[in-house]
Ligand binder design. Structure first.
Ligand code: NDP
Length: 336
């Protein structure tokens, strides 16, 4: 799946194309690279940021290269290895190409998959980068305590659905906002949220939040930015905390929206903290120890939206920026 050109506004399917090439992939002599067969690819919002021609100087991302395949997180099987720690047949997750087969030159960045009694696709979501993001945002940034009033935007997505479930397991009151009735129903009936609402049906977001949080919000887990954040600022409790995970409503805008309610940060003594999951990958083993028992006991469930085949990948990726994906958006490339 090749990026055709840099993108400056909303990404469209037509910004990518699927092409066939027949290169013979081999581990070069004296190299520690591995050749992998890609099984699942992860559609993540940061890929849109990487479609911009340039990145701001403090960015954690590099731009993608037009004419080359996209790259991002995925699950793969090792076919050939020049690295002593990987052997043929090992299953791994980490950065790979949006293609059937890839050469990975820095395999030490990959995580070996040891638990295979769960769906392999989970390593793009629940047990992959979005999972650690939810874990870190929740445990390290939010400093939650039992009974807190918690609000999550993009709450049915890869990250949000987990934050909500972690918060419920801790005994918090949890409300999520999402972009469709189907997602509202899933949050309330499948994921155990106390309440959920469709922000598209709410002309006055400030009033909607007051309805669900008459006493105010202790913790806001921010995934979208824009008007939602502005409305949240007016509904925070004193000494509330905002974990800024993502600002997806900005990624396709040339000029981000201004805020009207910033002074609430002072009046309500709000602590706002952004974080980047890449700084926390060392916590992955700790995260697995926590989450695997929850999955086995059925205490955590995970919604996935699986598109089949590489040719479906461009539509799956741009679907993140509309209401299209319901749960973690994954692309199935091959079963094994
Ligand atoms: P999701 O699986 O939640 O997919 C994106 C969802 O965002 C869409 O389904 C849609 O849901 C919502 N959305 C899209 N465009 C808009 C918009 N303009 N306004 C409001 N909502 C919108 O994505 P993830 O869970 O993977 O990611 C959530 C956020 O976390 C993203 O901002 C991402 O960039 C960020 N992130 C940050 C990380 C970090 O290290 N800080 C790591 C991983 C992710 P709906 O139908 O509900 O509107």
């Amino acid at each position: 799946v090749v990026l055709k050109n840099y993108v400056s506004e909303k990404a469209e399917e037509s910004d990518m194309h699927v092409t066939v090439s027949t290169l013979k992939l081999k581990v070069p002599q004296d190299s520690k690279a591995v050749v992998v067969k890609n099984l699942y690819l992860s559609c993540d919002a940061y890929l849109r940021i990487r479609m911009d021609r340039t990145q701001p100087p403090n960015s954690v991302f590099t731009s993608l290269t037009p004419g080359s395949p996209l790259n991002g997180f995925g699950v793969a099987k090792i076919l050939e290895s020049g690295h002593p720690e990987f052997k043929e047949g090992d299953l791994v997750w980490g950065t790979t190409g949006w293609e059937d087969y890839s050469i990975i030159t820095e395999p030490e960045q990959l995580f070996k998959i040891h638990h295979t009694d769960v769906p392999l696709s989970y390593y793009t979501g629940l047990l992959g980068m979005p999972g650690i993001t939810a874990f870190v945002g929740f445990h390290e940034i939010c400093s939650l305590k039992k009974g807190d009033y918690v609000f999550i935007s993009a709450a049915a997505g890869a990250v949000g659905q987990l934050v909500g479930q972690f918060a419920k397991l801790m005994g918090c009151y949890v409300v999520g906002s999402v972009g469709s009735k189907e997602k509202v129903d899933l949050l309330k009936n499948k994921l155990g949220f106390d309440e959920a609402f469709n922000y598209r049906d709410e002309p006055d977001l400030e009033a909607a939040l007051k309805r669900y949080f008459p006493e105010g919000i202790d913790i806001y887990f921010e995934n979208v930015g824009g008007k939602m954040l502005d409305a949240v600022l007016l509904n925070m409790r004193r000494h509330g905390r905002i974990a800024v995970c993502g600002l997806i409503s900005y990624y396709s805008l040339k000029q981000p929206q201004d805020f009207s309610n910033l002074v609430s940060i002072i009046y309500n003594r709000i602590r706002i903290e952004g974080f980047v999951v890449f700084d926390y990958f060392h916590l992955y083993p700790k995260f697995l120890d926590m989450v695997i028992p929850y999955i086995r006991e059925g205490k955590i469930v995970y919604l996935e939206d699986i598109a089949e085949g590489l040719e479906s990948a461009p539509a799956a990726l741009v679907g993140l920026f509309s209401v299209r994906n319901v749960g973690k958006q994954v692309v199935l490339v091959a079963y094994e």
